[in-house]
Design a protein around this ligand. Sequence first.
Ligand SMILES: *[C@@H]1O[C@H](CO)[C@@H](O)[C@H](O)[C@H]1NC(C)=O
Ligand SMILES: *[C@@H]1O[C@H](CO)[C@@H](O)[C@H](O)[C@H]1NC(C)=O
Ligand SMILES: *[C@@H]1O[C@H](CO)[C@@H](O)[C@H](O)[C@H]1NC(C)=O
Ligand SMILES: *[C@@H]1O[C@H](CO)[C@@H](O)[C@H](O)[C@H]1NC(C)=O
Ligand SMILES: *[C@@H]1O[C@H](CO)[C@@H](O)[C@H](O)[C@H]1NC(C)=O
Ligand SMILES: *[C@@H]1O[C@H](CO)[C@@H](O)[C@H](O)[C@H]1NC(C)=O
Ligand SMILES: *[C@@H]1O[C@H](CO)[C@@H](O)[C@H](O)[C@H]1NC(C)=O
Length: 537
Amino acid sequence: MLVSLLFSATAVVAVPTVLERDSSYPIQVSKDAPESAGVAILQPFVSFSIEFSSFPDFAGNVSQPNHFSNQLLDNLADLQGTKPHIRVGGNTQFGFVRPQSEDFNQRNRSSLSLTDYPSIIYIGDSYFESYATWPGTKFSHGFNLGKNGTAGMNTLLGTVPLACKALKDGKLAYWELGNEPDLFTAYPVRPADWDEKSYVDEWLAKTKIIKRQLKKSCPELSTDSNYKYMAPSFAGLTNGMDPVKAWQAGLDDDHDIGLNSMHNYIGGADQPGVTLARTLLNHTSTVHSVAQHVKLSRVLNEKGLTKDIPYILGETNSLYRQGKPGLSNSFGAALWGVDFNLYCASQSIRRTHMHQGTNYRYASWQPIQTDKATIGTKAPYYGNVMVAAMLRGGDSDSESNSSSEVQVVNLPMSHETEAAYAAYVNGNLARIAVINMQEYNYTGSGEPAARRPSANYAFRLPEISARSLSVQRLLANGSDAISGISWDGWSYNYELKGGAPERLGNVTIGETVKVDGRGEVEVEIPYSSAVILSLDS
Ligand SMILES: *[C@@H]1O[C@H](CO)[C@@H](O)[C@H](O)[C@H]1NC(C)=O
Ligand SMILES: *[C@@H]1O[C@H](CO)[C@@H](O)[C@H](O)[C@H]1NC(C)=O
Ligand SMILES: *[C@@H]1O[C@H](CO)[C@@H](O)[C@H](O)[C@H]1NC(C)=O
Ligand SMILES: *[C@@H]1O[C@H](CO)[C@@H](O)[C@H](O)[C@H]1NC(C)=O
Ligand SMILES: *[C@@H]1O[C@H](CO)[C@@H](O)[C@H](O)[C@H]1NC(C)=O
Ligand SMILES: *[C@@H]1O[C@H](CO)[C@@H](O)[C@H](O)[C@H]1NC(C)=O
Ligand SMILES: *[C@@H]1O[C@H](CO)[C@@H](O)[C@H](O)[C@H]1NC(C)=O
């Protein structure tokens, strides 16, 4: 339902038809987690995937660690209770070889065949230094599967000791072998008849080789509890390889898969018809995109193929091909990120790794200065921040934080430009998030709005005792803003304190809303902005 839109008389932007409040308004929110809640998220939920070739830019090395990136990760840890997990992988995961005799510092930038990343990279010992720069972070390292033959095998064998030495002492989350193998025949790095069974046979053979190497180099990482993969890391469900068939072919025969990881993009940067309003500021589009994973997860569970293996998105973001300028880097994309991630959480997708790379349009931050992009915190990061705040476990100071169960419910709305969620901590209602995704431009050639429209949202919380709720807002001047963004009055911009939170003087904070005698609460939300209402203020 689009509810009680409050327009000032001077508003000149086009507005949608005001719908009548229907019988389900105000939106009912129960005190205890309902049946419809998603399975408890994994901690951390907010996580990242970093393009293999970009990882040294994001993390730096031992002599020059990237403090800015680390600060942004620490901010998220402060909010959600745990530092994001980092998956190091992506398309360049399969393009590299480790030269036998040489130790190249990073990657060969002169061999750029694609505009955003090198087609071939050479890595050696110093690449793995980047795993030492972010204290308290757990990583997933992506081993090469795509490159076959002697070079591919040498890469695999050569990198196992380097990766395991870099990741022992508690830094390893999961291993990964192969990025998007469902696209291997299309690239093509495998013959056309390479199918689910061929993939699984090769995956099983090569993971056995990895395990043998681990036993030699890092025996402590080859124990059953430490030796786990994320897999199958398919790009999608319809690229000619069926994940169900891969699991049926025995992907988990060695019982070493810890996470069922799939990839997702909402659309493509170059796809015709992709716009901010149609594609990103559109809850229906998010629901459609996530529905295929919900279905796959159900089928796998019904067939007993992934029992007790959490379903995650190991690589995801807004628009594939690294995002579209003006869309993926805008505040609108941050609002999309909040809706997408909370919707995933509500559908039992238990962790998401938002994909990052140097100069990528959809990146949450640009880790270094380049001739293509300015170092800095980008709009999507503020979406990550709000998701982290919504999904926080217990008290951040409490040791038991990471053992708190956080569940999310998608609250029904009838308009596709709005979305709302309730978060339950250990079964008790803790927060409500509302995202008003009505597009609002503040720049551009269109007629400027004299006043920014807003909508009122009312919730009925019949059983709660709280007399007021605290309000935190995700704000910017419009959905087309790429700077000037704040969360609860905080800026995380590089220019201010290198990414550390800085309170802005021009944003209202400390707002509360009253709960009336019937347990109803109402909040006004400007177009293209979002709020969290918290009970634990
Ligand atoms: C560490 O990174 C800096 C900055 O990119 C670079 O100049 C230096 O050569 C690197 N050190 C090593 C040991 O690779
Ligand atoms: C980088 O790639 C170019 C083009 O493929 C090649 O000529 C050059 O030798 C490579 N440099 C290194 C250091 O590998
Ligand atoms: C790739 O290499 C593996 C291991 O050597 C082998 O089993 C497999 O058949 C190869 N696949 C292709 C398509 O060449
Ligand atoms: C929102 O997305 C759905 C599903 O992709 C689509 O059918 C609908 O037309 C979109 N809405 C707008 C306003 O473009
Ligand atoms: C916002 O600007 C974009 C790009 O110019 C335009 O396509 C869109 O219609 C505008 N939206 C509104 C609500 O004015
Ligand atoms: C946002 O709007 C305010 C008030 O008009 C203006 O002072 C500020 O410069 C704008 N911010 C950006 C990033 O454009
Ligand atoms: C608040 O100040 C910041 C930093 O100067 C600016 O970027 C932002 O646009 C301002 N916001 C408003 C609403 O004026």
